[in-house]
Design a protein around this ligand. Structure first.
Ligand SMILES: Cc1cc2nc3c(=O)[nH]c(=O)nc-3n(C[C@H](O)[C@H](O)[C@H](O)COP(=O)(O)O)c2cc1C
Length: 258
């Protein structure tokens, strides 16, 4: 992981560095049994193992879902990380449809299943994914993952960091991910819940994502630069902005800028 400090950005090529679905299931069951389950909703991001060939991807996602389906409130199918070789090819409509079908077949408990998309997809490619939302009963879409693009810079130190392979997150991603959220909201007439993520550091950034159509927001890089207190700062700032705008329910803002 590399910090591009002047831009408040991060490049990471961590991959899915975890012990796998079985180990996670064991840990989460332990929490349940010992009364340590959090009070907030728990979501699990599912990614294919690096060593699984693409043609076996659907089975890999389904196996992880089977191991974990009783242990979280919602699931996100991640086909957009740039750090697992060829993973993003699974955003292709036919490949994705196969994954959704395999997972939904095991989903008799009807856990919400969302999909997470890359900011580098064209609007046409995003529209193809949206065509699967209704037939495959998707609960929503997470926009966006990190980008393989790099912002232009004349700063030599930043240029060195931006030459690193990996996904870029943080401030330089903000505008593009908002654009993707806006497009998805427009195309679905606001009928598909969107989790907006990418470059949110402040209440204004969160407001921008909500006004573009997000009904939930997520942060990562802001935590790296500012620590966990940033969540409280954003929430307090949103309350302020609601007062200024004379809004009593943030839902009124969802998609208001589209
Ligand atoms: C170190 C690091 C690891 C990440 N790992 C994952 C991951 O495993 N799955 C995933 O869907 N996104 C992952 N992401 C992407 C973030 O969830 C988020 O979509 C992206 O960083 C954009 O948001 P941000 O600008 O607030 O960081 C990771 C990001 C970072 C910086």
């Amino acid at each position: 992981m590399f910090r591009a400090i002047a831009d408040e950005a991060v490049i990471n090529r961590m991959g899915f560095n975890n012990a796998g679905a079985a180990a996670l299931a064991q840990k989460l069951s332990g929490w349940k049994k010992s009364g340590r389950w959090p009070r907030h909703p728990v979501g699990i991001n599912l990614g294919k193992s690096k060593i699984t060939p693409l043609e076996d991807a659907a089975e890999d996602y389904a196996d992880s879902f089977r191991a974990l389906r009783d242990l979280a409130d919602f699931f996100v199918i991640n086909v957009s990380s740039p750090n697992t070789p060829n993973l993003r090819q699974l955003q292709d409509k036919a490949a994705l449809d196969e994954i959704f079908a395999a997972v939904q077949q095991l989903n008799s408990v009807q856990k919400p299943i969302l999909v997470k998309v890359a900011p580098d997809l064209s609007f046409t490619a995003l529209d193809e994914i949206l065509e699967l939302a209704a037939p495959r009963h998707l609960a929503g879409i997470v926009a966006t993952n990190t980008t393989v693009a790099r912002p232009p810079t004349s700063d030599a130190a930043l240029q060195t960091i931006y030459a690193e392979t990996g996904g870029l997150s943080g401030r330089p991603l903000r505008a593009r991910s908002t654009e993707v959220v806006r497009h998805l909201f427009k195309q679905t007439n606001g009928r598909l819940p969107i989790i907006g993520v990418g470059g949110i550091f402040t209440a204004d950034d969160a407001w921008e994502k909500i006004a573009a159509g997000a009904s939930l927001v997520q942060i990562y890089t802001a935590m790296v630069y500012e620590g966990p207190g940033v969540a409280r700062k954003i929430v307090r700032g949103l309350v302020q902005r609601m007062k200024q705008a004379g809004v009593s329910d943030l839902k009124e803002i969802i998609g208001s800028a589209v």
